[in-house]
Ligand binder design. Structure first.
Ligand SMILES: [Ca+2]
Length: 343
């Protein structure tokens, strides 16, 4: 496989976002100031020579942990990228969009040193998006324990979702892509095309919306999501905001509600990649309309909330995979920056 190299950039919000979502378009490798209609950002290069970086975790001691999709966990410390990856990373199926994907710290990381990885594991029956918990020790991970699989396993390496975020109650949300099997996003026996909600040990919270319903996976929090790769907690409301890849057109921004159906593929602003129509429905009763849709696609990946103030301490996380432009959307009280990738 041709080796691709990427540059890790840091952005900081410099101005107050305004009322409606907006988009920043800039080349990730360029230093300087990025302007959107609603906010401006300062962009600085921190590291080079990363191979398909997918996610970044900010440690309390100032270090960054960076996943590289082929299966490495890199450390950025003291102003530079350390040469040796961390040990203990589980074996991943690295192909297409699959590999080592998200990293997320436990809310109590400062004392328990626990973190979560999402990755694609291969085995009998095919590949599956997996979430494992591990303890960060000196030089590597210890006690790596898989807690969740977005079953069933399937062949293929497309639309794997994989973002992880914790809410204020300490519950974990994991986004699961539709694996390019669009109808499965409406099938509640299948975790494809869903957002699931779990306790920090991988068990199902008793107040999940479908607990106790026969034939329905109790992990499901929302469904009808195509390929959600961005989850971020709103800093004031505590709600989880989600961005997902549409097909050809129809990328979406949603606010997650327990048990809600986000429509895919019965409602979409997108078309098939060959231009054929998936549906003409832009709304159906009983399904959630997206807060924002993008046609043509912007391919939103990671997302993060930043303070809606002039504070230069506002910091956005980006996942600059596939070297697509950095983009940002902003709401009345928060802004989110996204790095884009294919999907
Ligand atoms: Ca939708």
């Amino acid at each position: 496989m041709q080796r691709r190299r990427f540059v890790l950039n840091a952005t900081a919000a410099l101005a107050t976002p305004l009322a409606t979502p907006s988009i920043v378009r800039a080349q990730p490798a360029q230093a300087g100031r990025l302007m959107s209609a609603k906010a401006s950002f300062r962009l600085a290069t921190l590291a080079r020579d990363l191979e398909q970086p997918w996610s970044i975790a900010f440690l309390p001691d100032g270090r960054l942990l960076i996943t590289e999709r082929p299966g490495r966990l890199r450390v950025f410390a003291n102003g530079k990228l350390e040469r040796t990856p961390l040990g203990g990373v589980p074996k991943v199926y690295a192909s297409g969009q699959a590999g080592l994907l998200d990293i997320c710290l436990h809310p109590g990381f400062a004392t328990n040193r626990l973190l979560y990885l999402s990755y694609v594991a291969d085995g009998p029956g095919g590949a599956v998006t997996t979430v494992a918990r591990a303890e960060l020790g000196v030089g590597g991970l210890r006690g790596v324990t898989p807690l969740f699989e977005a079953l069933p396993r399937r062949s293929g390496s497309l639309n794997l979702g994989s973002r992880i975020v914790f809410d204020r109650a300490g519950l974990m949300y994991v986004s699961c892509g539709d694996r390019f099997q669009m109808k499965q996003a409406q099938d509640l026996t299948d975790l494809a095309g869903k957002i699931v909600r779990l306790k920090d040990d991988g068990s199902v919270p008793p107040d999940n919306p479908f607990v106790g319903k026969p034939g329905v996976r109790p992990e499901i929090f929302t469904y009808g999501n195509r390929n959600p790769q961005g989850l971020a907690l709103h800093p004031e409301t505590g709600k989880v905001w989600e961005v997902e890849h549409g097909p050809r057109g129809g990328d979406e921004l949603n606010i997650l509600k327990a048990g809600a159906n986000y429509g895919w593929p019965l409602v979409t602003y997108g078309t098939n990649y060959d231009g054929s129509i998936i549906t003409n429905n832009r709304h159906l009763d009983g399904m959630e309309d997206a807060l924002r849709t993008w046609v043509p696609s912007i391919s939103p990946c990671g997302s993060a909330s930043i303070p809606a103030t002039n504070s230069p301490t506002g910091r956005a996380r980006c996942s600059p995979a596939h070297c697509r432009p950095l983009r940002c959307f902003a709401s009345k009280s928060t802004a989110s920056a996204t790095g884009a990738r294919n999907g």
